[in-house]
Design a protein around this ligand. Structure first.
Ligand code: ZN
Length: 140
């Protein structure tokens, strides 16, 4: 199996069976993110504790496979982490999408590394970064 089809599988899996779609009980932060050029429209919810740990999170809304899979993978990565660490991951993801990430950064992104090749598909970049942009806006 080629590496590319492994990446495709990761995206498919998250798109067909999103782990984090729905509502977050006791959410402390909520923000809508839109990508009009594709019609992606998500609402991100997070439950952040007083010490700044992201205890839980989810997303609602609709969009294309890339936007949905990307936000689901993102939530996998950031739940249980501090806000600072989540912002660090956003920075690494943005570097990757713009084709500037180091190998260490891509490794650090774990499953989100499956979206690496989006950097060669300018029309889809906005889909891939939607959830991450929304998260950054929420936490800053
Ligand atoms: Zn899209």
């Amino acid at each position: 199996m080629s590496l590319e089809s492994v990446y495709g599988q990761v995206l498919n899996e998250h798109n067909l069976h999103p782990f984090h779609k729905g509502e977050t009980e006791g959410a402390t932060l909520m923000l809508e993110g839109k990508n009009p050029s594709c019609g992606d429209d998500i609402i991100l919810q997070l439950k952040v504790s007083e010490d700044g740990t992201i205890e839980d999170g989810s997303f609602a809304g609709s969009g294309c496979a890339i936007s949905q899979a990307s936000v689901d993978i993102m939530l996998d990565l950031i739940i249980g982490e501090t806000k600072e660490r989540a912002l660090e991951l956003v920075g690494e993801f943005m570097n990757m999408i713009h084709g500037k990430a180091t190998e260490e950064e891509i490794e650090d992104l774990d499953e989100a590394g499956a979206l690496k090749d989006i950097s060669h598909m300018p029309a889809r970049v906005k889909c891939a970064v939607l959830g991450w942009h929304t998260l950054e806006e929420m936490l800053k």
